[in-house]
Design a protein. Structure first.
Length: 372
């Protein structure tokens, strides 16, 4: 068990206010759980140019790549139901994927970023500029030639997660978004969470779309205005690699389920065995992956294993049993079993190229928690 040290927690809030009041970051929201205690904090504004649009507890954020392990968790639900094996080749479910050197790529390769696929398609920008549907991205990924054969390199790849989303669709006959809603979000009572903006969020007297925080996009990122993170196209697209809309409170329910061995209230969402497998480093057991290729890296099934080499998101003080994922919109999700704690930190300022907000906040959070 663990608990918060009150005067240290006040320093967390002070640092967050400093970031927002000096406009280094427009908005920061967090939800932290230590033992049986929880703390939330919200600072800044929901709209970039409207100082009166104060951040509130029900503000919805686009959390970017935190989406990836959530999608993988959906695939693991299908594994528990006997629909697939981690060692299954992807072409078993998507026959047209099995070409151009991709015959041997397995679901485990996609989940651990060892498939050899690139992060993005070569004409990623052109597709977004044309407001292409997800199906077109999937079609082009199926035609790709990997950079290396599977199991030879660790290369972060959004394309592989897109294919996992398609695997969900092929097996269930549902969209990835609908499957995640029914199998994960509804049982976890994550009522303000969706993969892609649902039509019903745009309707009614107080539509949820009005609660979505605007992301400030640094000029250095050179993002095309017609497909940036704030555009209707991107919000509605529902990218399996980065399109999740959610709140810190909702994501904290997901973290709590992981900490509880897959259990939420009276439901077993995922089995304890599945959680253990998903959150242990898979890289040492991947045949053909050399020590040099995996040195300084760690991947479970969708989850990044925290190490001293990825402190840009996770800070310097988490234990080596910690796992999580960051997002390009300036977000991080982590669980530390040794500390008996979890944190959701969401901002509206991309972590790169400016750097260190998330790690500095995490360091202060960890310093505010003590074992009991």
């Amino acid at each position: 068990m663990s608990r918060f040290i009150s005067d240290h927690w006040q320093k967390v809030e002070k640092l967050i206010d400093e970031f927002c009041q000096t406009d280094q970051v427009p908005a920061i929201a967090l939800r932290v759980v230590a033992g049986d205690e929880s703390r939330s904090y919200f600072s800044g504004r929901r709209a970039i140019t409207d100082q009166s649009a104060t951040l509130t507890a029900d503000t919805i954020f686009l959390v970017a790549s935190i989406t990836k392990p959530i999608v993988v968790s959906g695939v693991l639900k299908l594994l528990e139901e006997g629909e697939l094996l981690l060692g299954d080749r992807v072409k078993r479910f998507i026959p047209e994927f099995g070409c151009a050197g991709k015959h041997g790529i397995t679901l485990r390769h996609l989940m651990t970023h060892t498939s050899g696929l690139p992060d993005m398609l070569p004409d990623n920008q052109e597709l977004r500029a044309a407001n292409a549907p997800l199906s077109e991205f999937v079609r082009q990924i199926c035609e790709l030639t990997p950079d290396e054969p599977p199991g030879r390199m660790v290369q972060y790849q959004s394309t592989g997660i897109a294919i996992l989303g398609e695997v969900i669709s092929r097996i269930t006959g549902q969209s990835c978004a609908d499957y995640l809603r029914q199998s994960l979000f509804e049982p976890l009572q994550m009522s303000d969470t969706a993969l892609g903006l649902p039509d019903e969020w745009t309707r009614g007297e107080n539509p949820r779309i009005d609660r979505i925080a605007e992301i400030r996009i640094p000029a250095e990122l050179d993002v095309e205005p017609h497909w940036d993170w704030n555009s209707s196209y991107w919000r509605q697209f529902g990218a399996p690699w980065g399109g999740l809309l959610t709140t810190p409170a909702d994501l904290s329910k997901f973290a709590g389920m992981l900490r509880a061995g897959g259990r939420y209230q009276d439901q077993q969402i995922l089995s304890p065995q599945t959680i253990r497998e998903a959150t242990r480093d898979q890289l040492p057991s991947i045949t053909g992956l050399s020590f040099a290729a995996r040195q300084g890296k760690g991947w479970g099934l969708g989850w990044q294993i925290v190490s001293a080499f990825n402190s840009d998101y996770y800070g310097d003080l988490l234990s080596r049993s910690a796992f999580g994922h960051g997002g390009a919109t300036g977000t991080v999700f982590w669980v530390d079993p040794e500390l008996d704690a979890s944190a959701i930190i969401v901002t509206t300022e991309p972590q790169e190229p400016h750097g260190r907000y998330l790690s500095r906040i995490t360091n202060q959070i960890v310093a505010s928690i003590e074992p009991v």
